[in-house]
Design a protein around this ligand. Structure first.
Ligand code: ADP
Length: 356
C-alpha cells in the first residue's frame, strides 16, 4: 500500500550557472517519518533544504506538499516548513518570548500564548522556571531545546533540520540525538534532517538517503544501507569496510585477493562481471584452520587499536592488502603483533557490489 506522500520532489534540478548542484531528484517522504539526508560537504544537502523551504528556487522539477504544488509559493507563504537553527534565537528576549514569537505573529492572545509556551517547555523537558530566563542565561543544550520549542510553536507540517548539532561537543550531541528521536516519537511530526555525520543519522532516522555529487546514491533503512550498499561510495561512507576485487564468471566467483573454499562461495547469483566483495570488519574472524571459513586470507598482524569498547586489528595479507578486523574488547585476541594469522569470513556476511 502506498499512501500519498507528505512531501514529494519530482525531477528537481538546481543549477548555479554552469554548475549542477542537484540532478533530477525524485523523493517521497511519508507523514511522520524521520528522514535523514547524509552526505559529505558540498554534496547538495543544504541546497535541497533551501529549495524545500523556499529560500531558493528550483531550476527544473517540482515540489509537492500533501499533493499541492509549493515550489512556486514564496517562502513566507510556505508555513508548512521550518528550519530549526538554534543560533537564530533572539538573545535579548526571554525563553518564553522566543517560544511565543511565532504565536505573537499569528496574533494569538497573551494567555493562550503563555499556556502553549509552557506546554512546549514541558514537551522539551525544560522546567517551567526556564520561561523567564534570558537566552544568554541558558546552557547550549537548553538553547537547542528552546529553539526546538519555538520551531514547534509554528506548528509546521515538516520540521527541517540543517546540521543542528554539528557545533556541539560530543556528550551534548549524543544527548540531543536521543532527545530528538524521542521528540519525534512524541510529536508524530515529520522530520527531515541533514547531517554529514553518519552516526547521527543511524541513531535517529527511519530512512536515510546517501547523497553524493547532487544525487541520491541510495535511500533505505540504516541497516539495509550498512549491509547492502549499492556502491563503493556508500559502502565506504557507511564506516570501516573491507573490499576485495572479485569477478563472477558463469556464476563462479574468482578473486586474486582471497582463497575461496570449494563449494562454499556459491552465493546469490549476480550477473557475471567484475565488482567488489564487501565484508564489514566485525564479520572477519581470526581462525586456526581454513575449514572455519568460506573465504580465507593469510596475513601478518600489523597493528592493534583500542577504540573504547572495541578493538581493531590491521592485517596485511600475502597479496599486500590491508584488512581490518574488529572485535569486542572482551574478545581481545592473543596474537602478538607481527604473527602470521589466518583470517576468514562466511559467505553469508558478504555483499557483492558490481563495478560501475
Ligand atoms: P552541502 O550542504 O551538502 O554541504 P550545498 O548544498 O551547500 O552542499 O552545496 C552543494 C554545491 O553547490 C557545492 O558545490 C556548492 O559550492 C554549490 N553551491 C551552493 N550554493 C551555491 C550558490 N549560491 N552559488 C553557487 N554555487 C553554490
Amino acid at each position: 500500500m502506498t499512501s500519498e506522500p507528505l512531501l514529494r520532489l519530482q525531477g528537481v534540478m538546481k543549477r548555479y550557472g554552469d554548475f549542477t548542484a542537484l540532478h533530477n531528484i525524485d523523493l517521497d517522504i511519508q507523514e511522520g517519518e524521520f528522514f535523514t539526508i547524509v552526505g559529505p560537504s558540498g554534496s547538495g544537502k543544504s541546497t535541497m533544504i533551501r529549495l524545500i523551504v523556499g529560500m531558493d528556487e528550483v531550476t527544473d522539477g517540482s515540489i509537492w506538499l500533501r499533493g499541492k504544488r509549493i515550489d512556486e509559493t514564496p517562502a513566507n507563504l510556505r508555513p508548512t516548513c521550518m528550519v530549526f537553527q538554534s543560533l537564530a534565537l533572539f538573545p535579548h528576549m526571554s525563553v518564553g518570548q522566543n517560544i511565543e514569537f511565532p504565536l505573537k505573529l499569528r496574533k494569538i492572545a497573551h494567555n493562550q500564548r503563555r499556556a502553549r509556551a509552557l506546554e512546549l517547555l514541558e514537551l522539551l523537558r525544560l522546567p517551567p522556571n526556564c520561561y523567564a530566563k534570558r537566552i544568554s542565561q541558558c546552557s547550549g543544550g537548553e538553547q537547542q531545546r528552546v529553539a526546538l520549542a519555538r520551531a514547534l510553536a509554528f506548528d509546521p507540517e515538516i520540521l527541517l533540520f540543517d546540521e543542528p548539532l554539528s557545533s556541539l561537543d560530543y556528550r551534548l550531541r549524543k544527548t540531543l540525538e536521543k532527545e530528538l528521536k524521542d521528540l519525534h516519537h512524541r510529536t508524530g511530526k515529520t522530520f527531515v534532517y541533514i547531517t554529514h555525520s553518519l552516526e547521527e543519522a543511524m541513531v535517529m532516522s527511519d530512512r536515510i538517503a546517501i547523497m553524493h555529487n547532487g544525487r541520491f546514491e541510495q535511500i533505505a533503512v540504516a541497516d539495509e544501507i550498512y549491509s547492502r550498499p549499492v556502491s563503493r561510495f556508500v559502502a565506504e561512507f557507511m564506516g570501516e569496510v573491507n573490499l576485495f576485487d572479485v569477478e563472477y564468471r558463469d556464476s563462479v566467483l574468482t578473486s586474486s585477493d582471497l582463497t575461496i573454499r570449494p563449494n562454499n562461495a556459491a552465493k546469490a547469483d549476480p550477473a557475471d562481471g567484475k565488482g567488489q566483495l564487501m565484508v564489514r570488519p566485525e564479520d572477519v574472524r581470526f581462525g586456526k584452520d581454513t575449514n572455519d571459513f568460506d573465504y580465507v586470507l593469510f596475513g601478518q598482524l600489523m597493528d592493534e587499536y583500542i577504540l573504547g569498547s572495541r578493538i581493531q586489528y590491521e592485517v596485511r595479507t600475502a597479496a599486500g592488502k590491508l584488512v581490518t578486523v574488529e572485535k569486542p574488547r572482551e574478545d581481545r585476541t592473543q596474537y602478538e603483533i607481527g604473527s602470521e594469522v589466518i583470517l576468514g569470513f562466511k559467505a553469508t556476511n558478504t555483499h557483492f557490489i558490481p563495478a560501475d
